[in-house]
Design a protein around this ligand. Structure first.
Ligand SMILES: Cc1cc2nc3c(=O)[nH]c(=O)nc-3n(C[C@H](O)[C@H](O)[C@H](O)COP(=O)(O)OP(=O)(O)OC[C@H]3O[C@@H](n4cnc5c(N)ncnc54)[C@H](O)[C@@H]3O)c2cc1C
Ligand code: FES
Length: 279
């Protein structure tokens, strides 16, 4: 906690500079100003009189910050009503980030709004000479996010999957991951071996990413979500069984070996009152 500056722990107002309606339920807000976030970190977004909730940083280039969100409940629906020019309270950045080495060959696995932080990873990792395979999955083609943005990056190959087969591989993005890792392990493969797998999306997807990556002996880093209140390690609301990790500071990005110590991973999560909900 001490490493998080007081300035980051307190909300500051940021103006919404631009709004992109990504799909019927999903919007991207571009805020005028930077929080100095790294890929994988999150911010707390405060709508006065409504609530404050965490959102993954979808981009931060030192001058503007983006988030991409689903309007699903009271806070996110209120946020979705905001207009260009409105002020919103933001604090952060909080949490861990994805870690890579220069020149790595990385697979990104994205489900839902997970495509947004994965785009942030890709746009930074290519600057360090990395090559990336980005697998974006959704129920159907109308729900796919960040395809154009990922496609526009050099050294990023895009792979798409949809549950209904409306575009790309018919099935789960983790099946594509399995195929890519299998192909990369072939001694005659033309591409370099895969060094790391990064994933962000629904927890059951993350569980499968962990299993598939382990099967192929490739280390993974997964972004886990739990109910967060303070965002910097003091309230204990995001602590997980049985490791006791507080995912706002020990996560949200967790390495495979740490993830395996979380006994509730892929089983249940707790709400704001600590009540368990099964996945
Ligand atoms: C570290 C972290 C990063 C997050 N990043 C993002 C992000 O980048 N974009 C984003 O949209 N949300 C993100 N969330 C979730 C977000 O914080 C809120 O939980 C979400 O916006 C719903 O809040 P609400 O108050 O509107 O509705 P709630 O009353 O909290 O939720 C309404 C219902 O929707 C479900 N739900 C919550 N989130 C989603 C979702 N995204 N899609 C479908 N159903 C959902 C809940 O389980 C509940 O049943 C993140 C959460 C964490 C912990
Ligand atoms: S949200 Fe308070 S300790 Fe993590």
């Amino acid at each position: 906690m001490s490493s998080i500056s007081l300035q980051s722990r307190l909300p500051r107002t940021y103006r919404i500079k631009e709004i992109v309606q990504e799909t019927e339920m999903v919007r991207t807000y571009i805020f005028d100003g930077s929080l100095g976030a790294k890929p994988g970190q999150f911010l707390m977004c405060w709508m006065p009189g409504v609530d404050e909730k965490p959102f993954s940083v979808a981009f931060d280039d030192g001058s503007e910050t983006k988030i991409t969100f689903f309007a699903v409940g009271p806070m996110s629906e209120a946020l979705a009503k905001a207009k260009v020019g409105d002020l919103v309270g933001l604090r952060g950045p909080f949490g861990t980030c994805y870690e890579w080495d220069a020149g790595d060959h990385i697979v990104l696995v994205a489900g839902g709004y997970g495509a947004a932080p994965m785009f942030f990873v890709a746009s930074e990792a290519v600057k360090h000479g990395c090559t990336l395979e980005a697998i974006v999955g959704a129920r159907g083609k109308e729900h796919l996010l960040y395809l154009k943005e990922l496609e526009s990056l050099k050294h990023v190959s895009l792979h798409v999957s949809t549950d209904d087969g409306s575009v790309g591989h018919k099935g789960y993005n983790t099946e594509v991951l399995d195929m890519l890792l299998e192909a990369a392990a072939d001694p005659d493969a033309k591409d370099p071996p895969i060094d790391k797998v990064f994933a962000c999306g629904p927890e059951m997807m993350l569980k499968s990413v962990l299993t598939v990556s382990e099967k192929h002996g490739v280390p993974s880093q997964l972004s886990l979500e739990r109910y967060m209140k303070c965002g910097f390690g003091i309230c204990g609301n995001c602590a997980v069984d049985s490791s006791g990790a507080r995912l706002c500071i020990d996560g949200p990005v967790v390495k495979a070996e740490e993830c395996k110590k979380i006994s509730e991973f892929g089983k249940y999560h707790r709400d704001d009152l600590g009540k368990k909900h099964e996945f």
